[in-house]
Every structure is written in C-alpha cells, then in structure tokens.
Design a protein around this ligand. Structure first.
Ligand code: ADP
Length: 225
C-alpha cells in the first residue's frame, strides 16, 4: 500500500527532514508513526499525499510511484486517501452533514450516492442525531468524529491521521481510537502519527519510530518507547 525506498527529503533552506528512510506498509495494517517534534512525521505524511516530493529515493502509494506523478494525476491519487487532522479543519459555515457531503461533492459523486452514504457514515461515527449542527455546536470529540466521517466519505484505501487525538481529553481520545480500530477491521489501512504514548502502548500495533529524520525502530507489536 505504501512503500518508501531510501527516501531523503531536504527542504530548500537545506533543512534535512528525512534521511534514507525505507519501510513498507501492507494493505490492512494499522501503523503508528511516533517520534519527537521535528522528527519528520509530518514530512512522511506530506510525501504520501504528494504535497511534497522526495529529494532522493522512491515513494509509492496504492501502486503509483508518487515521484513521477504529474500535477494533473495528483487528485486521482488523493481520492484513495482520507486524512484526519489534529485541528479537525471542518468548514465552520456548513453543518455536520454538509461537511461530509462536501467531500463527496468535490469528487463529483452522484447526488443519489451522497444522500445514501452520508447518513451511513454519520451512523458509523455515532453522529446521526447531530447531522444538522454546525461545528461550533459540537464538542471536540464530535468534531473529530465529523472529521473521521469526512475522511471516509470516498471509501479510501488508506487513512492518514496526523495527531488525531492531540486536541482531545483521554476518554474521548480512546473513543476515537476505538472507531479507528473498527474502520481498520473493515479493511482500511491506517497510518497514524501521534505523541499519545498511552494509546500506542495500549494498542500493541506496529510502531515505526522516527528521530531526526531516521527510522530508529520498527516493531510489529510495539509500544511507544
Ligand atoms: P514532525 O511532524 O515529526 O514534528 P516535520 O516533518 O514537521 O516533523 O519536520 C521535520 C524537519 O523538517 C524539522 O526540522 C522541520 O523544521 C523541517 N521542515 C518541515 N517542513 C519544512 C519546510 N516546509 N521547510 C523547511 N523545513 C521544514
């Protein structure tokens, strides 16, 4: 599903973000990406979404070599990806329903499919009763559930999560974590960058640890440290 082969990333200001990073993530895996601030986690996610290109080495995602994609091909790659952000990034003027529906509208999904799918997604994340609320009327956990429903709107092969529990209290974070497990069990591959040591330790999933641009550990039943 994802393959990094000797990937280095040097930003134009000569900041070295990744050095010779290699790993593979197979379909259906649930992988944590951990490491201190500045280690290179976000850069890895940005290489997967094609927001950045590797300086050297090869990145491939869902069977496509990302290095060689033309700008016009990037939207097709992104259709296979769902992204969940730490700060939710919901559209404040749109309701919960509309936020999720919008993700389908931008890829020109048929309206009949949108009308069928959005209620199912809201049911999945436990928000069907809040469909008509605006983000500001929701708790942090509910906003992240909306973000999760939106990320799943186009049935992605791969769900990328960048500190999805970073703004949530421990109990709410655990609820979101359980939803992610449920989503993984139904087939989506998940890569989650996080600082949440207790969640990572509790989950006993694969952990890729990165420090100063290098992979320092890749454990299949790992903990945070
Ligand atoms: P993390 O997500 O683990 O906190 P990042 O991937 O954001 O780490 O950053 C890795 C390194 O690359 C850091 O030293 C950071 O300052 C640098 N970096 C990230 N993005 C840029 C950029 N656009 N321009 C220059 N340096 C960057």
């Amino acid at each position: 599903m994802i393959s990094f082969n000797k990937v280095s990333k040097v930003f134009p200001n000569r900041q070295v973000a990744l050095q010779q990073v290699s790993f593979e993530i197979n379909k259906g895996e649930f992988v944590f990406l951990v490491g201190p601030s500045g280690a290179g986690k976000t850069t890895i996610l940005e290489l997967i979404t094609c927001e950045e290109k590797p300086t050297t080495g090869m990145v491939s995602v869902a069977g496509r070599v990302v290095n060689r994609l033309k700008p016009s091909q990037v939207p097709y790659l992104r259709r296979n990806l769902g992204i969940v952000f730490q700060d939710f990034r919901l559209l404040p003027q749109k309701t919960v329903y509309e936020n999720v529906a919008f993700a389908m509208q931008v890829v020109e999904a048929p309206p009949s499919l949108i009308r069928r799918r959005v209620p199912l997604l809201l049911e999945l994340v436990g928000l069907h009763r809040k469909a008509n609320d605006l983000p500001q009327q929701l708790s942090g956990g509910e906003q992240q559930r909306t973000g999760l429903a939106r990320a799943l709107a186009n049935d992605p092969l791969l769900l990328l999560c960048d500190e999805p529990t970073g703004n949530l209290d421990p109990e709410t974070a655990w609820e979101i974590m359980n939803l992610l497990v449920q989503i993984n069990n139904s087939g989506a591959t998940i890569l989650m960058a996080t600082h949440a040591k207790n969640l990572v330790d509790r989950m006993k999933r694969r952990v890729i640890a990165i420090d100063a641009g290098h992979i320092v550990r890749d454990d299949y039943r790992g903990g945070y440290s």
